[in-house]
Design a protein around this ligand. Structure first.
Ligand SMILES: Nc1ncnc2c1ncn2[C@@H]1O[C@H](COP(=O)(O)OP(=O)(O)OP(=O)(O)O)[C@@H](O)[C@H]1O
Ligand SMILES: [Mg+2]
Length: 366
């Protein structure tokens, strides 16, 4: 089995990756995780087994190998490196999952556990994940709402107790997670837990690897004026072959989400259709799954004054990016300048970086 370093260097030799000194600098920490996992005993003994009942208080299982918290700026290669850990880890019980998707799954599990009347709903849900997973790669830890903030600490605690090694990426140093969040003091033990059970490593690369890629045809039109609409209309006709659109209605958790125009797996909506209503990650994941190409008209300038809409737009783009949906959009300005300042501007850097990558010639579901 190749190490992460070996996988990285072979991709450099094959011309798939540009050599990046900062990326090379974090490879030893990644090799360490895979090495520890390879030499750790295969499964933690079940603490509730007959043997432990016999002995009374059985010594707890050896703790899982220390995980990794890889953080840094956008487009530095964190997700790419995490994929290399996934490839290099020798055991089958490994799983890579995106934060939003994972929290959806956890929420669904919590609802079911509460309906069964479980007191501590997080425990059975975490145990179920742990039973199937020794390495959990958790891309893009970002905690912006209080519900996630309250669940995630408990969830990690139990996963770690159950012997799961967690590798995660983030744009922020742990101390800045859920920064300025409501009741943040309740969140601080989680930061301490990360520091204790994960090696925190910064990927301080000088290069945003999303920047130097070949751009495809124009897919972002700014400003969103009559000219932009005319160009969007022209592309829409070309892509749909002039077939008259019908609404796309998605059923999500008993609610209906409507996209006004759809032809096959191509859909079109205004910014306000998508982000002006109280939709959440589950809705955007469903949209991303239902389409291959999405037209969005009229993304406005974003700021503190339309903070909720902006936050939804960030979630929408994350979902589209993960699902490799192509995007054609018109906006008040270029993505880099859409969210100029104020709270939320930091999160938007990732969105702008992704919007840039989504203009690439070879972007899209293949
Ligand atoms: N050394 C490299 N050479 C060439 N391309 C690279 C290199 N590192 C990363 N990339 C590419 O650059 C893009 C951005 O990388 P990646 O998605 O891993 O960044 P990230 O740090 O996870 O960004 P974000 O914080 O936005 O999630 C990807 O398409 C990735 O394949
Ligand atoms: Mg990433």
């Amino acid at each position: 089995m190749a190490t992460v370093s070996e996988l990285y260097e072979s991709r450099v030799r094959a011309g798939q990756l540009e050599p990046d000194p900062a990326q090379r600098g974090v490879l030893p920490a990644m090799d360490r995780v895979v090495r520890d996992l390879s030499s750790a005993p295969a499964a933690a003994p079940a603490k509730s087994g007959w043997l432990s009942r016999l002995i009374g208080s059985a010594p707890s299982a050896a703790p899982a190998p220390k995980g990794l918290y890889l953080w840094g700026g956008v487009g530095r290669g964190k997700s790419m490196l995490m994929d290399l850990i996934m490839d290099a880890a020798p055991m089958p019980q490994k799983r890579r999952v995106h934060f939003h998707e994972f929290m959806q799954e956890i929420q669904a599990g919590l609802n079911a556990a509460r309906q069964r009347g479980e007191q501590d709903a997080v425990r059975p849900v975490a145990k179920k994940v742990a039973a199937e997973t020794r390495l959990l790669c958790f891309d893009e830890m970002q905690i912006t709402d209080i519900a996630d903030a309250m669940i995630v600490g408990r969830l990690f605690q139990i996963l770690l107790e159950e012997g799961v090694t967690i590798v995660t990426t983030s744009n922020r140093v742990p101390e800045d997670l859920y920064k300025n969040g409501l009741n943040r003091q309740l969140f601080l033990p989680f930061i301490a837990l990360i520091r204790e059970r994960m090696e925190v490593v910064e990927l301080a690369s000088a290069t945003d690897h999303r920047q130097d890629r070949a751009e495809g045809g124009q897919v972002w039109f700014a400003p969103a004026d009559a000219m932009a609409t005319a160009q969007m209309n022209k592309l829409w006709r070309e892509e749909t072959g002039g077939v008259p659109p019908t609404p796309l209605v998605l059923e999500i958790k008993g609610r209906k989400v409507e996209i006004p125009q759809r032809v096959g797996r191509i859909a079109r909506a205004s910014f306000w259709d998508l982000c002006g209503k109280p939709l959440g990650p589950a809705d955007y994941l469903a949209v991303a799954e239902a389409v291959d190409l999405l037209f969005i008209d009229g993304v406005p300038r974003l700021s503190q004054s339309n903070y909720n809409e902006a936050k939804r737009f960030v979630t929408l783009i994350d979902a589209l990016y993960e699902a490799k949906v192509r995007l054609i959009a018109s906006g008040a300005d270029d993505p880099e300048r859409l969210y100029a300042e104020g709270e939320g501007a930091f999160e938007f850097e990732r969105t702008a970086s992704r919007l840039r990558e989504m203009r690439d010639a070879d972007w899209g579901k293949s």
